[in-house]
Design a protein around this ligand. Structure first.
Ligand SMILES: [Fe+2]
Length: 163
């Protein structure tokens, strides 16, 4: 489905679904953390090697987009499915021009730091998972999306809740 809709924007450098674009002085890089029939995320060596080459290509600040976050959010039944090769990703991005990660999967808002960059997760446009919930399940909090403002070297972001 992604290939059908956005095939002209995907790089053909790897078998995973990746994109590289530029906007307002930033490079936007899309990574593919999904593995068929698995809930957890994984980038894999080939994609990490590809990312490393992309990040060494230029000093232009980069923003990474990926489904699974590289950080725990404090909800055990979500954190067990975080990106499995997060330590390899950390080594790839440390000292690179990556300034931020924007992620999904956890259906809740959170922020943190990873490999020298900010990490933001975003509530779902469908159902939400409550932060720090002891048991799996969703709540009836309204859907939301995230706005990202790029202003020179600055990245400003906020979540907008549909009420
Ligand atoms: Fe997911």
């Amino acid at each position: 489905m992604v290939r059908a809709a956005f095939g002209d924007r995907l790089t053909t450098a790897s078998s995973t679904l990746n994109f590289v674009d530029s906007l307002a002085g930033f490079r936007l890089i899309g990574l593919d953390t999904l593995r068929p029939w698995r809930v957890h995320g994984r980038l894999g060596k080939a994609q990490l090697d590809w990312l490393g080459k992309e990040l060494r290509r230029t000093e232009t600040p980069a923003i990474l987009f990926m489904h699974h976050p590289p950080l725990r959010v404090g909800t055990w039944w979500l954190d067990k499915d975080l990106l499995r090769d997060h330590e390899e990703l950390r080594r790839t991005v440390e000292g690179s021009p990556v300034r931020a990660f924007f992620c999904g999967h956890v259906h809740q808002e959170s922020g943190g730091r990873f490999g020298g960059a900010d990490v933001w997760t975003t509530p779902s446009t469908a159902y939400q998972f409550p932060p720090h919930a002891l048991l799996p399940g969703s709540i009836r909090t309204p859907p939301a999306f995230r706005v990202i403002d790029l202003d020179g070297e600055r990245i400003d972001t906020r979540v907008v809740r549909l009420t």
